[in-house]
Each structure stands twice: as structure tokens, then as C-alpha cells.
Ligand binder design. Structure first.
Ligand SMILES: Nc1nc2c(ncn2[C@@H]2O[C@H](COP(=O)(O)OP(=O)(O)OP(=O)(O)O)[C@@H](O)[C@H]2O)c(=O)[nH]1
Ligand SMILES: [Zn+2]
Length: 463
């Protein structure tokens, strides 16, 4: 039994261009093979190979009953990233080999409470009727004897090995379970020996934008309680943070800001960075601190750095302009001088009018770029401007038990004559070692009529 390669062409996709080969097996079933790079190279690791079982509902219609569509996408992405690999789109595998209509019948049975295994059995059909000999023949035809298999299914590995293809490694595609397919995936893990996803810790789950479920340790519960509101806020969120002395200074008279608040507040700041798309700083902060604005104290993705700098006065050797870890948007005025040669991670945006630097205008500009979750990180002037403009959803103001006497001011804005006009909002307080972080929630209104049982530490800021 042998497969025949019928045609060679190419396929441009959102994951770049692949070579496309059309194969026909002896039974007349037509398979598609996408390849990238030097697949049969002798040196280095075996190529990444995905044997993707046809699934019309998942692959073409985007069904969430299974994870096939997302796995297909993740497999092409992985091959694109590696610059080398093969995806065999195996026809005739629909419904684990029982065919489309039988799969839909199995779905109907699952709608009445059967699981994916029992549904097939109830229909008098095998639980998994797939056969991998065509895939092995195609690989061999491509000169491949060894693969790194993109799959969670040990049976696929065993089937390939039985056909004489060596599996150097089985690599799980990183596709998250969904509400709609979690039962189906749980059954595959419990009854079909599929690999379970690696356990993610509570912080990593939050940093991925998800709320953890199940029982949590008290420390993890505190994390969820502290940061869950930022996830529940949805795609649009503007927060700010500032660390200052008890008498309201972020640095001494000479600009010495090392360190006003302690290690735990720094960790909190890095967590906030990991939970947003972009962090905004003023030019003064970049000049004074040469900040990196990346996530280092905890795990998480780095936000895009946004520097407000109308006169382009930050030094050209500063970290945000030289460190390529994450992009920097440098917001400058029309007349500002910027160097000709800049690192590719830096994008300069020239704002024509002074009003373009208003907080709401900057946020509008960032939202158009898809940066909708924003942290305003400093310094005192910038945070105060965003606060006074009324664009903040939350402010985290951490006070350290220090009295500086005189220095670089923290929050300052045009106040009111009467205390009754002072800015206030419902607050929560977090103790970070010797420091106290106060979270002002400007999205909630005073007075707090209904406090949830988990928010006993929340109290109105106005007395
Ligand atoms: N019979 C049946 N087939 C299903 C069901 N859900 C998905 N499928 C089919 O299952 C095939 C994919 O198999 P999966 O078990 O999802 O995954 P796998 O290919 O074994 O393993 P991975 O390599 O990790 O994707 C596709 O052909 C789908 O059409 C179902 O509830 N019943
Ligand atoms: Zn599917």
C-alpha cells in the first residue's frame, strides 16, 4: 500500500507561506500536507510534525465543542515559529474515523449526557477508528524517519512508532480548555489517556487573564481577591500606581528615589504591569530612574512602554530606547528632535497639537492601537494629571513609613477650598510589609451600600 503525491503548490496563510502537497492514498482518500523549511535536514532535531485529524466542525466552522480548530492554528503557529515542520491534514479521520454524520449523531447523544467515548459505543462504533499508516507513508515519502510530534494523544505516537517512524518527542500544543469543551477534554484525559495540561499556578492563571477555580491556599486567595477585579473589568481598564512617603514625596530633594517603598510593593507593581497592555510614564521618570518597565519580579508578559515626552528630552542611551525586550512608543511633539537611527523596537509618534497630550487623548490614541488596558506608572506629575482628568478606574497609592520633609512631590492637583470637595472613592487596603497600599476604586460609587463578604477590608474613603 502506498500513497501518491499528486501535486505541488504553495499556500500563503496567516502563519506565513507553506509548501502544499496533495497526496492520494490507495483507498482514494486525498490528504493535504503543508511543509515549511528544510524538513529532511540531517542535522539538528527532528522536524515538528502535526498529524491533524480532519474535523469540519472545529477546523472550518470554529466549533468550541472540541479544540481541533485552535489546535490546527496552534500547530501552524508552532511550525512557523520553528521555521521548519510538517502538517498532514488527514482526511477520512472525521469523528475519530467514524465519519461526519456519525460524529454528529455522537454529539446528539452527548447532548443527552453521554460522554464522547460512550456515545460512539452506543452507536455500535469504535471509540477511535483512525488509522495512521497513510500518515507514516507520507512522512516516509518526504524522507522523514524521525519526528517531534505535536499531539496530546499517546495513541498517535504509538501508532506512528508501530509504522516505523521514530517519535523523538511528543509536544503538547498550548491550547486552553474552554467552558464549552472542558467536559469533552476531561473525558479524553480520563478515558483515552490524553495528556493533561501542565498545572498552572494561581498567578500564571491570573496573568493569562483567567480566574483560577478550585480550592486555593490563603496566599493564592489573597492574590485572586486583589487582582480579580482588574480581570473582571474587561478589555478597557486604566489604572495608576505611585509609591510615596507618608508626607507625600516620591523622591528626596536631590531626586533620590531608591527605594521609597519596599520589595513587596515592587512585586505588586510588576504584577500590575503583567496585567496590562501598556504602561505610561512621563519623560521625567525615564530621566530620573532610567526605568525598564518590564515584568521581572513575577512571571508575565511585558507591557508596551509608552513615554510621554513632548520635547524628546529623554537621553538616547536610556533603557526604554535601547532595550529591545518589549516595544516602546515614544510620544513626542511635532517640533521635537529625535535621532535618525533608532532601535526597531521604538516607534516615534508625533503629536501635532498640545491637546493630543491630554490624558484622554493619549488613552484614545493607545486604544486605537489595541492597547486598552493601561497602567500609568509615574511620576507624580503624570499620575496626578491622569487622576485629575478623571480617566482612572483605579489608583494604587502605596505609602511608606518615611517622612522626607521636602522632595519630589507625589500626588498633587488643583484642590478645592472645602474638604467636602476632596477626591474620594471606595478603597481597599493591602499591607505590603511596612508599606500600606490603598486602592481607590473610582468605578464604584460612594457610599458603599452593598459590600460583598470578601471585601470586608473595603471601606469608604470619606468619613
Ligand atoms: N466521534 C467523535 N469524534 C470527535 C468528537 N469530538 C471531536 N471528534 C473528532 O476527533 C478528532 C480529533 O481527535 P482528538 O481526540 O480531538 O485529538 P487527537 O487528534 O486524538 O489528539 P491531538 O493530537 O492532541 O489533537 C477529529 O477528527 C474530530 O472530528 C466526538 O465527540 N465524537
Ligand atoms: Zn474537532
Amino acid at each position: 500500500m502506498k500513497v501518491t503525491c499528486m501535486v505541488h503548490t504553495k499556500l500563503p496563510t496567516r502563519h506565513g507561506e507553506f509548501k502544499l502537497l496533495g497526496y492520494r492514498d490507495v483507498a482514494g482518500v486525498e490528504h493535504m500536507v503543508l511543509t515549511r523549511g528544510e524538513i529532511a535536514a540531517i542535522d539538528g532535531p527532528a522536524p515538528l510534525v502535526r498529524l491533524h485529524s480532519e474535523c469540519l466542525t472545529g477546523d472550518a466552522l470554529g466549533s468550541y465543542r472540541c479544540d481541533c480548530g485552535e489546535q490546527l492554528d496552534a500547530a501552524l503557529h508552532a511550525i512557523d515559529e520553528a521555521g521548519r515542520g510538517i502538517l498532514i491534514y488527514v482526511r477520512g479521520h472525521e469523528g475519530r474515523g467514524i465519519g461526519l454524520m456519525n460524529k454528529l449523531r455522537a454529539y446528539a447523544l452527548q447532548d443527552t449526557g453521554e460522554d464522547t467515548v460512550d456515545a460512539n459505543t452506543r452507536l455500535g462504533l469504535p471509540v477511535d477508528a483512525r488509522d495512521y499508516h497513510q500518515s507514516a507513508q507520507i512522512l516516509r515519502d518526504l524522507g522523514i524517519e524521525q519526528v517531534r510530534l505535536l499531539s496530546s494523544n499517546p495513541a498517535k505516537q504509538a501508532a506512528l512508532e508501530a509504522q516505523g517512524i521514530a517519535v523523538e518527542a511528543r509536544i503538547r500544543l498550548n491550547v486552553a480548555d474552554r467552558l464549552e469543551n472542558s467536559g469533552y477534554l476531561a473525558t479524553k484525559r480520563a478515558r483515552m489517556s490524553h495528556d493533561a495540561p501542565p498545572e498552572r499556578n494561581t498567578w500564571d492563571t491570573l496573568a493569562d487573564g483567567c480566574l483560577p477555580d478550585g480550592a486555593l491556599s490563603p496566599g493564592d486567595e489573597a492574590l485572586v481577591e486583589r487582582y480579580a477585579p482588574l480581570l473582571e473589568a474587561g478589555p478597557q481598564l486604566v489604572i495608576a500606581q505611585l509609591g510615596q512617603s507618608m508626607d507625600g514625596f516620591i523622591a528626596s530633594r536631590t531626586g533620590d528615589a531608591c527605594f521609597v517603598t519596599g520589595e513587596l510593593d515592587r512585586e505588586h507593581l510588576h504584577r500590575l504591569r503583567a496585567l496590562v497592555d501598556a504602561v505610561i510614564v512621563g519623560a521625567g521618570t525615564v530621566q530620573a530612574d532610567d526605568c525598564q518597565l518590564t515584568v521581572r519580579a513575577v512571571s508575565g508578559a511585558n507591557p508596551v512602554r509608552v513615554v510621554i515626552d513632548p520635547h524628546a528630552r529623554i537621553p538616547h542611551t536610556t533603557t526604554v530606547l535601547t532595550d529591545e525586550t518589549t516595544p516602546t512608543l515614544w510620544l513626542v511633539g511635532a517640533e521635537a528632535n529625535t535621532p535618525e537611527a533608532l532601535s526597531p523596537h521604538v516607534a516615534v509618534h508625533r503629536f501635532k497639537h498640545e491637546e493630543d497630550f491630554e490624558p484622554a487623548a493619549i488613552l484614545g490614541f493607545l486604544a486605537k492601537k489595541g492597547l486598552r488596558r493601561v497602567l500609568v506608572e509615574g511620576g507624580g506629575l503624570t499620575v496626578s494629571r491622569f487622576l485629575h482628568a478623571g480617566v482612572l478606574d483605579r489608583l494604587y497609592l502605596t505609602t511608606a513609613p518615611l517622612l522626607v520633609g521636602d522632595g519630589v512631590p507625589g500626588i498633587r492637583f488643583e484642590g478645592t477650598d472645602a474638604l467636602s470637595g476632596a477626591l474620594s472613592a471606595p478603597v481597599r487596603r493591602f499591607v505590603f510589609g511596612e508599606d500600606i497600599c490603598t486602592e481607590f476604586n473610582f468605578t464604584a460609587t460612594l457610599p458603599l451600600a452593598a459590600q460583598g463578604p470578601n471585601q470586608q477590608d473595603q471601606s469608604a474613603g470619606k468619613h
